[in-house]
Design a protein around this ligand. Structure first.
Ligand SMILES: Cc1cc2nc3c(=O)[nH]c(=O)nc-3n(C[C@H](O)[C@H](O)[C@H](O)COP(=O)(O)O)c2cc1C
Length: 173
């Protein structure tokens, strides 16, 4: 698939088939995350690949989780490493950006593999951390659901090109 097609085809999927995602496919998604850019190249990503009972338990403290996915990737940042290598900026800003960028690599790769994903930002970080025995310096910043979509949702409205761009230093604009 062309990159532009994958970018435009990606949708937030909230309705999955009851179908497992093979481990090799998940490995390919995580490999896409591994090649993401990273502030100061710290690469603070720590990814928990969750299914089964623990996934069901995550649902209890995740109001944003509106689907029954076969897999959830809990996208965590190692704040100790981020701070040691990048100071306060690394800990509070870059690490969060790194998680977002790696997540988007996963979503685009998944689209190319005909898998669906959805970002979950609305969840209780502490509860998820405790459930998965994640130490305090590793912070779950985002979750991604992954699975085989039941159908292709219609694209939501997107802002007009002109609304989001300002050309600076260009002629005739
Ligand atoms: C940082 C972030 C957090 C999000 N959190 C949630 C969430 O908790 N639950 C959910 O169903 N969708 C969530 N979404 C998905 C957005 O609702 C979705 O991207 C938006 O409506 C646009 O639709 P599209 O992704 O199909 O283009 C989140 C997206 C982002 C980028």
């Amino acid at each position: 698939m062309e990159v532009t097609d994958a970018i435009k085809k990606r949708r937030s999927i909230r309705d999955y088939k009851e179908q497992e995602v093979p481990k090799e496919k998940i490995e390919k998604l995580i490999e896409a995350a591994r090649w993401a850019p990273s502030g100061s190249n710290i690469q603070p990503w720590r990814i928990k690949v969750v299914k089964g009972e623990k996934l069901n338990a995550i649902k209890k403290f995740s109001p944003g989780l509106l689907s029954k996915p076969p897999v959830i990737l809990v996208m965590c940042a190692d704040k100790k490493e981020a701070e040691n290598k990048g100071g306060k900026l690394g800990r509070d800003v870059l690490s969060v950006m790194d998680i977002a960028i790696a997540s988007q690599n996963i979503c685009i790769q998944a689209t190319d593999m005909e898998l669906g994903t959805c970002y979950i930002g609305s969840f209780n970080k502490d509860a998820v951390r405790k459930l998965l025995n994640i130490p305090e310096h590793i912070v779950p910043e985002l979750m991604l659901t992954v699975g085989v979509p039941k159908h292709e949702p219609k694209p939501p409205s997107k802002k007009d090109f002109k609304e989001i761009v300002e050309w600076v230093g260009w002629d005739n604009e």
